[in-house]
Design a protein. Structure first.
Length: 147
C-alpha cells in the first residue's frame, strides 16, 4: 500500500471517529454505535501496520536477505510445428534499487537490477558487487490523478 493510499484511509477514518485521550475513553459512558478510539490505540494500530512493510528508505544488505523471487516459466516451441516441446522454469524478482561497489574504480553507485535464479542480472560480474538493495518507491502521482 502506498503512502498516498494510507493517507486517504487515515483521513477517512478521522472523519468518522471521535477521538479521546485514554482517560476519557475509560470514563465515558457512550452509545454502542458511537465510534471512538483513543489516540494511543490508534497509534498502536498504525504502528503495527507500518512495521509490516519494510521502509523504502532502508537499505537491505544482500548478506542478510535477497529480493523475493517468484517462479515463472517459458514454453519452448518446435520451430516447424510450433508445438510446445518443453517448458523452462526459472525464478525472478521484481526490479529493485541496488548499491553496487565497482572494484575497478573503487567507488559505490546506485542503479536498478533484479535477480534471476538467485543471481543479479546486470551486476553478476567480477568487477561489480551488489552490497545492498531496497524496493523501488511508488511513482509520484499528482493529487486527484488516476492510479
Amino acid at each position: 500500500m502506498s503512502e498516498q493510499e494510507l493517507t486517504k484511509i487515515v483521513n477517512e477514518i478521522c472523519k468518522n471517529i471521535f477521538f479521546m485521550d485514554d482517560d476519557m475513553v475509560k470514563n465515558k459512558n457512550r452509545d454502542e454505535n458511537e465510534l471512538c478510539i483513543s489516540f494511543s490505540k490508534l497509534k498502536e494500530i498504525l504502528s503495527k501496520y507500518a512495521f509490516c512493510k519494510s521502509n523504502p528508505d532502508d537499505w537491505i544488505p544482500v548478506d542478510e536477505k535477497m529480493p523475493e523471487e517468484i517462479e515463472e516459466f517459458n514454453d519452448v516451441y518446435d520451430p516447424v510445428t510450433l508445438a510446445v516441446i518443453d517448458t523452462e522454469w526459472y525464478k525472478i524478482s521484481d526490479i529493485v534499487q541496488v548499491t553496487v561497489y565497482d572494484r575497478d574504480e573503487e567507488k559505490y553507485f546506485t542503479y536498478v537490477d533484479n535477480t534471476y535464479n538467485g543471481e543479479w542480472v546486470t551486476f553478476n560480474l567480477d568487477n561489480f558487487k551488489v552490497i545492498t538493495w531496497k524496493p523501488l518507491s511508488d511513482p509520484y502521482r499528482p493529487e486527484g490523478s488516476k492510479e
